[in-house]
Ligand binder design. Structure first.
Ligand code: SF4
Ligand code: SF4
Length: 391
């Protein structure tokens, strides 16, 4: 059997779909230039995609047709040579909407494989976010803001070609820089994009991550029911008439914690999270009413506390809150856990105030998801293009 190389691109559904496709497709086109057969495809169970929910694309390249066919016979690769993570917050782990618990970002990497991440964070920060792995791997950072855009538009900030140039450097047996540049030229007829790939190739450097480095937590998982354990139908019990409104989770009266799916947690969907200032909350209920995922618990004090295991980071609560700076969306890389903010505030109000001030000071000027006004990407892309050019 010849050589088979596999690359996965882990991305945020909808917001980074085109970016992931550009990368996996161009890897294969570049490999074809060297006479190597390859295939690029999206993970079947990620479709249809949902906003922000982690999804995967794969590129598989064989040294010959027979080797590729053997690789394709597997439903999806069980191990990969390179994992590309196009949003650094995904380093915390990946939960597909196809339900498989939380998968570490480095799970499929072969020993001494490379994780490529687009980020402004340091290597130490990203290593601490990723789960520990039994075998060493390499981390290579492509400096830049994670690139988000909507379903129908693409933010052409050269993230795609910078990653392609980086792959040619970290996995030279896959494709050469020359083939990558030729494929870029064929696809986009843009010499500046081909130059960006070359700059990324020159700058790429990796650090080795040892087995004792990283997040020591065991990622949560669960057993899927066997076919013979499934019911023949689904019944949703109604609230009995005249029944006092009790908390469905604790069965106590006072406050309300909505019942939630105990297995599908959703927090890996999030690249930003709401930080709530309970001292300025006017208890208007708008966040509770408008949150599309019913994330707000109502503690007995009548305040509104976002449940951070359930929050998908859409930002609606920040948008509807009428009290100035009461809800602020903050980049997910700033947090280590999903602990209750309300509990922290209840226990130590001054300490919480200091923590909150520090967190909201790091808020980026613009949230990144989607396309919200005409000309947005034209305004945002120059910074990334400058990084691509100058480093
Ligand atoms: S960001 Fe706010 S509105 Fe959106 S899911 Fe989280 S708590 Fe709900
Ligand atoms: S929208 Fe703002 S002010 Fe209103 S209840 Fe929610 S956090 Fe409080």
């Amino acid at each position: 059997m010849g050589q088979l190389l596999a690359i996965e691109i882990v991305y945020r559904g909808i917001f980074q779909r085109k970016l992931a496709q550009n990368i996996s497709r161009t890897i294969v086109l570049a490999a074809h230039k060297e006479g190597k057969p390859g295939i690029s495809f999206g993970r079947y169970s990620d479709s249809p995609e949902r906003n922000g929910i982690p999804a995967k694309n794969f590129a598989i390249v064989g040294s010959d047709d027979l080797t590729l066919e053997e690789g394709m016979a597997k439903y999806e690769p069980k191990e990969v040579d390179v994992t590309i993570c196009v949003d650094d917050t995904l380093c915390k782990g990946v939960e597909s909407w196809a339900w498989y618990g939380l998968q570490p970002i480095n799970k499929l990497l072969k020993p001494n494989g490379t994780l490529i991440v687009t980020s402004h964070q340091s290597a130490d920060h990203l290593i601490a976010m990723a789960h520990r792995k039994e075998t060493p791997y390499n981390l290579c950072i492509v400096k830049g803001t994670p690139s988000f855009s909507g379903l129908w538009v693409f933010k052409d900030d050269h993230t795609d070609v910078r990653i392609l140039g980086t792959i040619a450097r970290v996995l030279p047996g896959l494709v050469s820089l020359k083939s990558v540049q030729q494929a870029i030229q064929d696809e986009w007829h843009d010499a500046v994009k081909a130059q960006s790939a070359a700059k990324a190739y020159e700058r790429a450097s990796s650090v080795t991550v040892k087995p004792n480095q990283g997040n020591p937590e065991v990622p949560y998982k669960f057993e899927l029911p066997k076919w013979h354990e499934m019911g023949e139908g689904v019944a949703i019990p109604a609230i009995p008439q005249g029944h006092a409104m009790t908390d469905p989770a604790t069965h106590k009266t006072g406050g309300l914690k909505p019942d939630r799916n105990p297995t599908f947690k959703k927090f890996s969907t999030r690249s930003y999270r709401p930080v709530v200032d309970f001292d300025t909350c006017i208890k208007c209920t708008l966040c509770w009413l408008q949150c599309p995922d019913t994330c707000f618990d109502v503690p007995p004090a009548g305040l509104y506390a976002a449940n951070l295991e359930a929050c998908c980071g859409c930002g609606v609560c920040e948008a509807v809150c009428p009290a100035p700076k009461c809800v602020t969306m903050v980049n997910e890389v700033e947090f280590k856990d999903n602990a209750s903010q309300w509990e922290a505030w209840r226990k130590d109000k001054n300490g919480y105030k200091t923590w909150l001030k520090e967190k909201i000071a790091t808020k980026p000027a613009e949230r990144q998801h989607g396309f919200r006004y005409r000309g947005q990407y034209d305004k945002e892309t120059p910074e990334m293009l400058a990084i691509a050019k100058e480093g």
